[in-house]
Design a binder for this molecule. Structure first.
Ligand code: PMP
Length: 437
């Protein structure tokens, strides 16, 4: 049996776990849609781990590919050499990515992909003779990981406060969630495309020719599932084009079928200049991220030119053989099992199921898009997050894994979820809500 009483002495947990480290909820196994807990219970996974296990857990094809690769070529430096699987994975990624995003840079996480994308954007502007473009624009309630670039452009103020000035020249657009104009239960999608004009406000404030890039999650995930208003991303694209600003989509959550399309760019019909991905790329099994860029950006770097200062950017594990093998097997699984199409077919089933929670105790808003869902609870006065956390604990004890962010329950089941399991998720959640104080 695992001794859990002194784990805190050895393991420095996620900050969010600080107060719970003496009694960690240990997961010891997983298969398809379920986790097994240390005390032998089955949990239905309504979160795909942390929005990443899109093909479900412990899929034999993926685990076998990892084992085979580990026994064949375990590691290969990506300095002045390479190995076939990384090239093959890059080609496969380009084949499913939106037209125009034809070149891939491998990282090991979402946070690394974000910082890589910001560096590519700034360096590209210099290479093309636009070195005065040094500003990076993020958005309130944006989440872009925890590295320095990501927390600078991210919109969670508490994630920044401890770390001094961070990147300078960063500003944040207003977030798009406007319950006043999009009253529940309609969802936050009908009105508000003009909120993208907040980029114009910022551009006017600073001079648009100083802005290098804008980064947004097509659907803000970690801050509570905020689908954009209709036309918002199109408008953002137009403004970027008008002013020579690069548009970066952070698709760490929305990529790899989560929206029922390969990427959210396909769902919304808007192609960014740089696309940031991770998580579902390897089914969350092996750390890996990928940044995709347009031809002009690739050509600017590969072609050199007088403005290019040779700089090093790459990680020891960029495109490692085992990660690349996992990525290839994951993309095979998505394709062979038609999981993106499956997610698309389930989108209305998922939406109807979650919206059936309307009117349950404490529910003040419900938002769904693709196979993502958010159920916002009325906070307990003076004790924010307490009610949602109580919901998490109750669900965990009753066989359901959900995730909470603030007072919002966030869900994103593996794309293999069945209609019956969607029913089970919602039934368990309904019972949880009815027991909540
Ligand atoms: N960007 C977005 C949109 C994310 O949701 C996340 C992680 N939830 C990240 C970046 C950071 O990814 P990672 O945790 O792999 O560094």
């Amino acid at each position: 049996p695992i001794q859990t009483n002194n784990l805190e002495a050895f393991w420095m947990p996620f900050t969010a776990n600080r107060q719970f480290k003496k009694a960690p909820r240990l997961l010891v196994g997983a298969k398809d849609m379920h986790y097994t807990t240390a005390d032998g219970r089955q949990l239905l996974d309504a979160t795909a781990g942390l929005w990443c296990v899109n093909a479900g857990h412990c899929r034999p094809k993926i685990t076998e590919a990892i084992a085979t690769q580990a026994g064949q070529l375990d590691y290969a430096p990506a300095f002045q050499m390479g190995h076939p699987k990384a090239f093959e994975l890059a080609a496969r990624l380009v084949s499913i990515a939106p037209d125009g995003l034809d070149h891939v840079f491998f990282t090991n996480s979402g946070s690394e992909s974000v910082d890589t994308a910001l560096k590519i954007a700034l360096a590209y502007q210099r290479v093309r003779g636009e070195g005065s473009r040094f500003r990076l624009i993020g958005r309130e309630r944006g989440y872009h990981g925890v590295n320095f670039g990501g927390i600078s452009v991210g919109g969670i103020v508490n994630n920044r406060k401890m770390f001094g000035t961070l990147l300078t020249g960063v500003d944040h657009m207003r977030h798009t969630h406007d319950p006043e104009r999009n009253p529940y239960p309609k969802g936050a999608t009908e009105h508000g495309a003009e909120l993208a004009d907040d980029l114009l406000r910022i551009a006017t404030l600073h001079d648009p020719s100083t802005i290098a890039a804008v980064i947004v999650e097509p659907v803000a995930g970690s801050t509570g599932v905020l689908p954009p208003p209709k036309g918002y991303l199109q408008r953002l694209r137009e403004i970027c084009d008008q002013h020579g600003i690069l548009l970066i989509f952070d698709e760490v959550i929305t990529g790899y079928g989560r929206m029922g399309t390969p990427f959210a760019a396909d769902y919304f019909g808007v192609t960014p200049d740089i696309m940031v991905t991770a998580k579902g790329l390897t089914n969350g099994v092996i750390p890996m991220g990928a940044v995709l860029v347009r031809d002009e950006i690739y050509d600017a770097f590969m072609g050199g030119g007088e403005n290019l200062i040779e700089f090093a950017h790459g990680y020891t594990y960029s495109g490692s053989p085992i990660a690349a093998a996992a990525g290839l097997a994951t993309l095979d699984t998505y394709k062979e099992e038609g999981l993106f199409e499956r997610a698309q077919a389930l989108e209305p089933v998922w939406a109807d199921a979650l919206h059936s929670l309307k009117g349950e105790p404490h529910v003040i808003d419900i938002r769904t898009i693709g196979l993502i869902g958010g159920v916002e609870l009325e906070p307990i006065a003076g004790a924010p997050t307490k009610r949602a956390f109580a919901a998490f604990l109750d669900a965990f004890e009753n066989g359901l894994m959900i995730r909470t962010t603030g007072d919002i329950i966030a869900m994103s089941p593996p794309l293999i979820v069945s209609e019956a399991q969607i029913g089970e998720i919602v039934d368990t959640l309904r019972a949880v809500l009815r027991r909540l104080q």
